[in-house]
Design a binder for this molecule. Structure first.
Ligand code: TPP
Ligand code: MG
Length: 682
């Protein structure tokens, strides 16, 4: 092993001082963790990470995840020193640095490329958006799963080197306390993801003070119990020890590795190191001077990168990554010649495109008054798409028999069958979402399913998928009090509306089997937005589309189902309530009241249409309106207006057969008819 030299230590101290100086200049941020973690992060980057700074989106690059995102200056310093190139919004690499020194000087400022917490797609070199503690651990597990799957599915003898990257992640005490990290780590151990190395910054300090205030478990023993290979480095400056541990991680054949890395938060700052005072505020000019003195650094310097540092990164990560990229490019050309179809698919994955003919198997469902649950038609559609889009990979949080999202004949992803496309996430909604994000960051069309009520258990990664513009999709079934006997704990009320409140997330609540098919088309064609598909437990009629407008109207978010040019009243419904509204519309027609029935499966897609289109569907002059959705009424004022009626839920549900719940909570044709008549003054 190559000896560490004083230049290596200079590189480490450059990372430390850049972090200190940037936080001080911004007068905001977290200097302590970067100062403690600089040696191990440096060792990972300059000695292990196979990453070509000139090609930041190279698919076989090793991934580096900073789960303790508050330590963002650690990552920004590394991106700067490694000379990672910038990437434009189309994924084209530019001949300019991602983070010139100037950007470090604008840490945390408006429009700088160095926001408070790392933001994926915003700063080249940032693999995932972190800050909500624990998420990075889940993302890293997802990336490790994606690597295994891609190698399993696309790997061919002699071409193993095309798909052999590793995932490195750093996390802190906070991540280790968060449940999401435990969920993901438990699954990672079960799946024997030996391509994953997690470095735990065991500095025993969090915001409130010493971890003994709230955290006294043996983390190493916990991870051993999860089935991880656990290694320890007891000194935060022991570069040789780090190198040994990281080598050990690479040698693990059947387990992911946790390196329990002891560090001192704020290392070198004499009055603040090893205290929570170093966590989340600038050190102050005096303390910075003292720390620089301790490093043997010019005390009055600021943003100093000593001679030789850039070159040392060039000779380390730059050379290793550049050579690997060149070898990979050559080998990929050979692969492409031998396996053109697979190579084309891999290229489509990178561009988030779909294969030709992806929609040819999507079924059209015949009209059927008895109909079927949308979770059932959903199962049919996802299975059709699974045949044409091989990189749809996902599963449920232990609810396959209920959510119907198992892809038949596509195998199960396990340590020994890594080409399997069904993932058993276990009862881990939060971990599932975080893992899905990691998989999507690697280009896979990841999905997860569960009960709508438990979307709350996995909400943080849904929000992060929206922040990162990741096209994951969720299939949340049992989407209303239609759940029936399971009662209020299982009946979603506010969930659908609260998902609509997440910016950028597309929520779709299809009203019959053909709207389900159209909803899936939207979901898989989405390139930059996550999608939630809300599906019923109970059967819904499949509408006769010779009588009503085609289901393709779903893509516009909302459309008129019946042809009523000058309506007296608008009946606006989603999902299972569309049939109810149509029924009410017919009763009203018999009484001479012209009701236009509008299916509004997606507020977000409807919002994207022109004012003209929206007004044509919901004419502003028609203020007599009834909105019907078997979810929380809160928010429907937006379409009902000040005087319209809202038939929704204003309490929790109840445990009873659905046939009794519907009249009890007012979801009947008679109730809709009565509300509409009141609206038109009859
Ligand atoms: C889910 C979540 N909860 C709370 C926070 C606020 N927060 C940021 S850092 C931190 C303490 C983290 O401690 P640790 O990971 O040990 O970081 P260190 O102090 O060692 O840098 C907290 C509570 C957060 N970012 N995410
Ligand atoms: Mg800590």
């Amino acid at each position: 092993m190559a000896e560490f030299t004083p230049l290596d230590v200079t590189c480490v101290n450059t990372i430390r001082t850049l972090a200190m100086d940037a936080v001080q200049k911004a007068n905001s941020g977290h200097p302590g963790a970067p100062m403690g973690l600089a040696p191990v992060a440096y060792t990972v980057w300059n000695r292990f990470l196979t990453y070509d700074p000139a090609h930041p989106l190279w698919p076989n690059r090793d991934r580096f995840v900073l789960s303790n995102g508050h330590a963002s200056m650690l990552l920004y310093s590394l991106i700067h020193l490694a000379g990672i190139k910038n990437v434009d919004e189309h994924g084209k690499t530019l001949d300019e640095p991602s983070l010139p020194l100037e950007q470090l000087k604008h840490f945390r400022q408006l429009n700088s490329k160095t926001p408070g917490h790392p933001e994926h797609e915003y700063t080249a070199g940032v693999e995932t958006t972190t800050g909500p503690l624990g998420q990075g651990v889940g993302n890293a597990v997802g990336m490790a799963i994606a690597q295994k799957w891609i190698a399993g599915y696309y790997g061919r003898p002699g071409f193993e080197g095309l798909f052999d990257h590793r995932v490195y992640a750093i996390c802190g005490d906070g991540c280790m306390m968060e449940g999401v990290a435990s969920e993901a780590a438990s699954l990672a151990g079960h799946l024997k993801l030996n391509n994953l190395t997690l470095i735990y910054d065991d500095n025993t300090i969090t915001i409130d003070g010493h971890t003994d205030l709230a955290f006294s478990e043996n983390v190493a023993a916990r991870f051993e119990a999860y089935g991880w290979n656990v290694l320890r480095v007891n000194d935060g400056n022991d570069l040789d020890g780090m190198q040994k541990a990281l080598d050990g991680a690479k040698k693990s054949t059947d387990r992911p590795t946790l390196i329990v890395q002891k560090t001192l938060i704020g290392y070198g700052a004499p009055n603040k190191q090893n205290t929570h005072g170093a966590h989340g505020e600038p050190l102050g000019p005096d303390e910075i001077k003292l720390a620089k003195k301790a490093y043997g650094w010019p005390e009055d310097s600021s943003f100093l990168v000593p001679d030789g540092v850039y070159d040392h990164f060039k000779a380390g990560i730059g050379k290793r990554g550049g050579d690997a990229f060149a070898a990979w490019t050559k080998q990929f050309a050979e692969y492409k010649a031998k396996f053109p179809e697979q190579a084309a698919q891999l290229e489509a994955i990178e561009r988030r495109e779909l294969p030709p003919g992806w929609d040819k198997g999507v079924p059209v469902f015949p009209a059927d008054a008895k109909g079927l649950a949308t979770r059932e038609s959903s199962g049919t559609v996802i299975n059709a798409l699974a045949k044409t889009i091989p990189w749809i990979v996902g599963g449920s949080a232990d609810l396959n028999p209920s959510t119907k999202t198992f892809m038949k004949g596509e195998g199960t992803f396990t340590a020994t069958t890594p080409a399997g496309r069904n993932i058993h996430f276990g009862v881990r909604e939060h971990g599932m979402g975080s893992i899905m994000n990691g998989m999507a960051l690697a280009g896979l069309r990841s999905y997860g399913s569960g009960f709508m009520i438990f979307s709350d258990y996995g909400r943080p990664p849904i929000r992060l998928a929206a922040i990162m513009n990741l096209p994951v999709f969720y299939v949340f079934t049992h989407d209303s009090i239609g759940v029936g006997e399971d009662g209020p704990t299982h009946q979603p009320i506010e969930q659908i509306m609260s998902l609509r409140a997440i910016p950028g997330l597309i929520v779709l609540r299809p009203g019959d089997a053909n709207e389900v098919a159209e909803a899936y088309k939207v979901a898989v064609q989405s390139k930059h937005a996550p999608v939630v598909l809300a599906m019923t437990r109970q059967a819904l009629p499949t509408l006769d589309r010779t009588k009503y407008a085609p289901a393709s109207g779903l893509a516009k978010g909302g459309y008129a189902l019946n042809d009523v040019p000058k309506p007296d009243v608008l009946l606006i419904a989603t999902g299972s309530e569309v049939a109810l509204a149509l029924d009410a519309g017919e009763k009203l027609a018999a009484e001479g009241i012209k009701a236009r029935v509008v299916s509004l499966p997606s507020w977000e897609l409807f919002d994207k249409q022109s004012q003209e289109y929206r007004d044509s569907v919901l004419p502003p002059s028609v203020t007599a309106r009834v909105c019907v959705e078997m979810g929380g009424a809160f928010g429907w004022e937006r379409f009902a207006g000040l005087t319209g009626a809202i038939i929704g839920m204003r309490s929790f549900g109840a445990s009873a057969p659905l046939k009794d719940l519907l009249p009890h909570f007012g979801f009947t044709t008679a109730a809709v008819v009565a509300a509409a008549k009141k609206q038109v003054g009859k």
